[in-house]
Design a protein around this ligand. Structure first.
Ligand code: SF4
Length: 428
């Protein structure tokens, strides 16, 4: 429990700097506008509309409105053309949300536009179970979608009911039926499951994984419930939650392996070489869409958290970033180390390349501590994350995403109160 406590404090300190950066709204420095766009291989596109808003979700999402969504998709396509003019050369695209398939015809037009602009090799799309209709699947296949990720969350009706998902996204049995119809159509069919929902038992977690295995799903992501907004929790409550999730993670690994192998700390694939979550595979990516995040050459770019403002920026052929925060070398190194840990292995030489002696010392010490704690092992010259370390990585990633959720919350509050985050002002 001491390690968990230390990691929690450490990550809170790290991620709270993101909110501080947004508060300070550092000016866009000369050189940032002329960033090396050609070196960014991956494009993340955010579609914020959902037919039902789930109470546990910390992503930027808003209720579906068809007219507004159609204007939004048109604006997105304008912005993509702008990215092309700026010299981006993407080879991978990831549509996340929200629900990217909320308007399948508009999504198809947007994927076609991306493919017209760039030689895309991998296209991933997130969706919800109710959108797995034969016509949608055919459309996505025709557009060349390689990886389809379905937000199932759980197959247990009592849990789906408790998070308002049955009415719009179907019962556990409906979801199983829909998934069974689309096996083998995409290179990777991924299912997202959540652990840590109110009322969920360890038996529920195991039962969900049993269904995944029985359906022969290619890949499953088991991520812990995340909270943001900083509601205070008693120490006892925190300790109980950590102990429950630790045991749940152990059970997940015991149930899913060896049939599935970890491709990250919380993603398990039937075969090696399947397409994984983009943040694992890419340390540099551009974000398009309202509320999208990008990380380009060590600079975090956060787009406006307003669909209307995003459309306005696109109509004026303008930058939609609300603010940019250049990571300092320490922040960048910690981010890269975290992503490598999450991906299951540390490229020691790669991390140290071009770094200051202090940064190299940080990497060396971190790796030594991880090995000492039994969280990482050295195998044939490569440092890999051990099972024990994977659990700590899940905790770190959860805390990281919660920090990003806090940043989203700050941006949304700022927008609601009329504060212009996109008006750069000098640091105090
Ligand atoms: S979990 Fe998925 S469907 Fe639910 S609000 Fe979040 S993005 Fe929308």
């Amino acid at each position: 429990m001491l390690i968990e406590y230390f990691l929690t404090r450490y990550m809170h300190r790290y991620t709270s700097r993101l909110v501080t950066a947004a508060e300070e709204r550092a000016p866009i420095e000369p050189g940032m506008a002329t960033r090396d766009t050609a070196a960014v291989p991956m494009l993340y596109v955010h579609i914020p509309f959902c037919k039902e808003l789930c109470p546990f979700c910390t992503f930027f999402r808003i209720p579906f409105d068809e007219q507004l969504a159609r204007r939004y998709f048109r604006a997105l396509r304008r912005q993509l053309n702008r990215y092309h003019d700026l010299g981006y050369q993407f080879s991978t695209v990831y549509f996340g949300g929200g629900t990217p398939t909320v308007l399948p015809d508009e999504l198809a037009l947007t994927i076609d536009e991306v493919r017209r602009l760039w030689p895309i090799q991998e296209c991933s799309v997130e969706t919800n179970p109710s959108d797995l209709t034969p016509s949608n699947i055919e459309l996505l296949k025709t557009c060349g979608v390689n990886r389809l990720s379905v937000g199932v969350q759980s197959f247990q009706d009592n849990l789906l009911e408790s998070v308002n998902r049955i009415r719009k996204y179907g019962t556990g049995a409906d979801i199983q039926h829909r998934l069974s119809q689309i096996r083998g159509i995409f290179d990777t069919l991924n299912v997202d499951l959540i652990f840590g929902l109110e009322g969920q038992t360890h038996a529920d977690v195991i039962a969900d994984l049993g269904i995944v295995k029985q359906l022969g799903i290619d890949q499953v992501t088991c991520y812990p419930l995340m909270k943001s907004g900083g509601g205070r929790q008693s120490f006892d409550g925190w300790r109980r939650e950590v102990a429950w999730k630790k045991q749940a993670y152990r059970l997940i690994r015991d149930t899913i392996e060896p049939e599935y192998v970890p491709s990250s700390a919380w993603c398990f694939s039937k075969n090696r070489g399947m397409i994984d979550e983009y943040i694992v595979e890419h340390s540099s990516y551009a974000g398009a869409g309202a509320g999208a995040f990008g990380l380009e050459g060590g600079t975090l770019a956060v787009n406006v958290f307003s669909v209307e403002k995003y459309i306005e920026a696109a109509e004026n052929n303008a930058d939609a970033a609300a603010f940019r925060h250049p990571f300092d070398s320490g922040e960048n190194l910690r981010y890269l180390l975290l992503m490598q840990l999450f991906g299951g292995g540390i490229d020691f030489d790669g991390l140290c390349r071009g770094q200051t002696p202090l940064c190299k010392f940080f990497v060396r010490t971190s790796v030594a501590l991880l090995r000492l704690a039994g969280a990482a092992v050295k195998k044939s010259g490569r440092i890999t994350v051990a099972k024990r370390g994977a659990y700590y990585t899940v905790l770190l990633m959860k805390l990281f995403f919660e920090g990003v959720g806090d940043l989203r919350g700050f941006c949304l509050d700022a927008h609601a109160s009329g504060t212009n985050l996109d008006t750069a002002r000098p640091r105090a």
